[in-house]
Design a protein around this ligand. Structure first.
Ligand code: MD6
Ligand code: FE
Length: 197
């Protein structure tokens, strides 16, 4: 795992926020349910060739938004360029940013411990960008029962799960309210850029 602290400066964070704000106009945020029917504690949408979906039928990627039934908004070039640059820096020279999952956490938001294994191709890195309020990120190992440690993610930080850590269990324990003024209504945005196939 890589934790690139303050990788994006304030003006780059504002630029990424401005780009992200356009996406729900085409691909609205929604609060998915898990296969067991429980609601997620954050809202989601995606951009790029594929979006990540969860509902009663399971977790998967789809080319169409589950409510608009239209292709997801295109992934902004700046997102793709950033992902390719970071992938190249860790020796992934053929990285294809095919999907960016956007999670919005209100101050009460969280995300249970999970493994990102829905992708057909589990080798390419997942590159995660945080904006807005701080979050307590919990990360363990390849087994659910592995010891977990906590990392404070701040606005502009990037986490990369790659190589040995690609399938590490992780989640968001909680948001730390009022720690950033980037989002005017508070809360946190997270973008995870993935190569799916
Ligand atoms: C979040 N992140 O930061 C949730 N997944 O809101 C993730 O679930 C995640 O940070 C895969 C790789 C990096 C991540
Ligand atoms: Fe994840």
């Amino acid at each position: 795992m890589l934790h690139l602290k303050q990788y994006l400066n304030t003006s780059q964070q504002k630029r990424f926020l401005e780009l992200a704000r356009q996406i729900p106009l085409i691909s609205p945020l929604f609060q998915p349910v898990m296969p067991n029917g429980k609601q997620f504690n954050c809202q989601m949408t995606s951009c790029g060739d594929f979006g990540w979906i969860s509902d009663r039928n399971g977790y998967r990627y789809d080319r169409l938004h589950p409510f608009t039934h239209r292709p997801f908004a295109p992934m902004p070039k700046e997102f793709r360029d950033l992902a390719i640059k970071i992938a190249n820096s860790i020796g992934e020279f053929d990285y294809k940013p095919q999907s960016c999952l956007i999670n919005y956490y209100p101050i009460s938001g969280r995300l249970g411990i999970h493994q990102d294994n829905t992708e057909k191709n589990l080798l390419p890195a997942i590159i995660s960008i945080s904006l807005g309020d701080d979050a307590i990120f919990a990360i363990g190992g390849n087994k659910y029962s592995d010891r977990i440690h906590e990392i404070l993610l701040k606005s502009g930080d990037i986490i990369v799960l790659h190589g040995n850590s690609r399938l590490f269990f992780h989640g968001i324990k909680r948001i730390v309210p009022f720690t950033s003024n980037l989002l005017k209504n508070g809360g946190r945005l997270n973008f995870t850029i993935r190569q799916v196939i």
